[in-house]
Every structure is written in structure tokens, then in C-alpha cells.
Design a protein around this ligand. Structure first.
Ligand code: ZN
Ligand code: ZN
Length: 153
């Protein structure tokens, strides 16, 4: 796991350090593309104040259709952190917060209804295949023909 370290020597020139990480590796989901923008201000010899944004996406498996989709994440951080052996590692802090952002039942789309076992269509609430209804239509036509078809001819 990647670390995101600020150590006491970073604050010799200035009490405020800004850092942008384009590809934060959080070991979350299948893969992720997350940018981290942090401003870290030294507020005492053993404390920093961290603020900033974490944005991007995490690749997750949809609980209904099992497809891999990009789950967007966007969170803002404002927290005090203590120096530990002269450093502050923000990676674990960010990872923990990202885990809280992930739903226990991730969905590629709120309307996802899963994959139809008959036709393989990815059904949505407003766009579903007609397998179920066609089945019942076929069934009623079949019954109609078998009951009255022969008499008509
Ligand atoms: Zn889905
Ligand atoms: Zn279908």
C-alpha cells in the first residue's frame, strides 16, 4: 500500500504544505483513479491540521448485474493529525474514509435490475426486456388457438 507522508522536515520553510497526488492508491475495489489535494498546516510541534479534497472513482462490482462499474467518490477532509515518529501518513486516513463512502450493496445504476437470464439484456427500471410479458403473451395466444383455433377453420 502506498503511503502519503508529511514529515517534520517538510515544514522547515513554511508552516503550510500543499500536495497533489494524481493517482492515489487506496487498495480499494478492483482498481481506482483517485486524486488527492491536501493542504497541511503545522499547528504545533506534534500536530498538523489537514484539509483538502479526495475525488475520483473506484471500480466496483454491481450487486445486481455483477458488472464492474466506476463508483464516483468525492469527499472533503478537515482533521487534526498527530506526528508519529516525526511523520504524518495520510494514506490510511484517506483509505478509511473511502471505505465508508462505499455502499454495502454497490449498484452500477440506482435503476439496475440485473441481467435477464433469457435474453441477457441489462435491465433497468425504465428499460426492461419483454421476456416476462412476451412469455405470458405467447402462453395466452397458445391457449386461445388450442381452444378456438380449430373451430374457426
Ligand atoms: Zn448493475
Ligand atoms: Zn430478457
Amino acid at each position: 500500500m502506498k503511503r502519503l507522508i508529511f514529515n517534520t522536515s517538510d515544514f522547515i520553510k513554511s508552516d503550510a504544505v500543499e500536495r497533489r497526488v494524481e493517482k492515489f492508491e487506496g487498495d480499494i475495489g478492483y482498481s481506482s483513479n483517485i486524486a488527492v489535494n491536501l493542504k497541511v498546516i503545522k499547528i504545533s510541534d506534534d500536530k498538523v491540521y489537514v484539509s483538502g479534497a479526495v475525488e475520483g472513482y473506484i471500480e466496483m462490482e454491481c450487486a445486481r448485474c455483477l458488472s464492474i462499474y466506476r463508483h464516483p467518490v468525492e469527499l472533503y477532509i478537515e482533521t487534526d493529525m498527530d506526528f508519529l515518529n516525526g511523520e504524518v501518513d495520510m494514506a490510511e486516513e484517506i483509505r478509511q474514509r473511502l471505505i465508508l463512502e462505499i455502499p454495502s450493496k454497490p449498484l452500477c445504476d440506482q435503476d439496475c435490475l440485473g441481467i435477464c437470464p433469457e435474453c441477457g439484456k441489462h435491465n433497468k427500471e425504465k428499460d426492461r426486456c419483454s421476456c416476462q410479458s412476451r412469455q405470458s403473451e405467447d402462453f395466452s395466444r397458445y391457449r386461445w388457438e388450442s381452444l378456438f383455433g380449430k373451430n374457426k377453420k
